[in-house]
Design a protein around this ligand. Structure first.
Ligand code: PGA
Length: 264
C-alpha cells in the first residue's frame, strides 16, 4: 500500500485528478471505476475543469459505477445515476454508451449482476478503481461482514449508512437495499486509489491500513491488492501509527525510484 498524506483535501484532489489525467493520456480508452458520495465531488469538479481546458479527453473513456440503490429511477435525485450525470457526465465529452451502472431493478437481478461483472471483464477489467470509504469501512456498499469474495450483488444497508447518506426515500420501495460491485469485483481492478477527507474517516483509515484484514472492516481487504494508493488529508490520517514513516517514504519516492532505475 502506498499512503499519501496531504496537508488538506484540495491537494488530495490535485493528486487524484493528476493520476486520472496521466492514465487517460497513456490509455485514452481507459476503464474507470467510479464512486459517489460527498468525498469525490471536488474531484469531479476538477476533472470537469480539466476536460474544459482540453487537458483530458473523455471521448473514449469507459466507466463503471460502484453502486446504486435498488428499484430507484435514474431521474430520482437520490439515485447515483442522477448524481453522476449532474456532477460529472453532463459536463464532459464522454459517450453515453461508455457509461455503465449496476442494475437497479430487482427483476432478473442475479442475471444482470453477473452481466455487469462480465461486461467489466470483457472490456479488459477496470484500469483504475477510485474509492471513497464509509465510516464503517464500507467500500462501495460492501457493508461490514460482506464476503471478501463477493461479486456484484444486492446488499442490505446498515442503519448507520442509511442515516449518514440521508436519502430522500419518497417513492422508493426498498430504501435499505442497494446493488454494489462486490469486494472481489473491486479487487480485480488493475489499480485502486482510495481517497478520504476529515476526522470522521480517521478510524476507518486506521483499520484499513494498519489492522488485520477482516470482513468487519471491508476496506481492510485492500491490503491484499498489489497496487493500492490511499490518498488522504491530515485529518483522515490522524490515527495512523506509522504516519511519519508513510510521509518519509513519499518524500523520498522520486529519489528511490531513480536509484532503482539506475541500478536495474
Ligand atoms: P462520503 O461517502 O464520501 O459521502 O463520505 C463515502 C462512502 O460511503 O463510501
Amino acid at each position: 500500500m502506498e499512503i499519501i498524506i496531504k496537508d488538506n483535501f484540495d491537494f488530495v484532489v490535485e493528486e487524484i485528478a493528476k493520476e486520472i489525467e496521466n492514465l487517460i493520456k497513456e490509455k485514452p480508452n481507459a476503464v474507470l471505476g467510479l464512486p459517489t458520495g460527498n468525498t469525490p465531488l471536488k474531484m469531479y469538479s476538477k476533472l470537469i475543469e480539466k476536460g474544459k481546458k482540453g487537458e483530458i479527453d473523455f471521448s473514449n473513456v469507459r466507466t463503471f459505477n460502484l453502486d446504486e440503490y435498488a428499484e430507484i429511477k435514474a431521474d430520482d435525485p437520490s439515485s447515483f445515476r442522477y448524481y453522476m450525470f449532474q456532477n460529472f457526465f453532463n459536463h464532459i465529452n464522454i459517450k453515453k454508451e461508455n457509461i455503465h451502472f449496476p442494475p437497479s431493478e430487482l427483476k432478473n437481478i442475479y442475471e444482470n449482476c453477473k452481466k455487469y461483472d462480465k461486461t467489466i471483464e470483457n472490456l479488459g477489467g477496470i484500469d483504475l478503481m477510485i474509492l471513497g470509504i464509509g465510516r464503517n469501512g464500507h467500500i462501495g456498499f460492501n457493508e461490514p461482514t460482506s464476503s471478501l469474495d463477493s461479486r456484484t450483488r444486492v446488499k442490505t444497508l446498515t442503519e448507520e449508512t442509511l442515516k449518514i447518506n440521508n436519502i430522500k426515500f419518497e417513492g422508493v420501495k426498498y430504501p435499505d437495499l442497494a446493488v454494489t460491485m462486490g469486494i472481489k469485483t473491486i479487487l480485480s481492478s488493475k489499480r485502486i486509489i482510495l481517497i478520504a477527507e476529515g476526522e470522521g474517516k480517521a478510524e476507518a483509515i486506521k483499520k484499513t491500513v494498519e489492522e488485520p484484514v477482516g470482513a468487519m472492516w471491508p476496506s481492510s481487504v485492500l491490503q491484499m491488492h498489489e497496487k493500492v494508493k490511499i490518498i488522504i488529508d491530515e485529518k483522515a490520517a490522524s490515527k495512523l501509527k506509522l504516519k511519519d514513516y508513510y510521509k518519509r517514504i513519499y518524500s523520498r519516492k522520486v529519489y528511490v525510484d531513480a536509484l532503482l532505475k539506475e541500478k536495474n
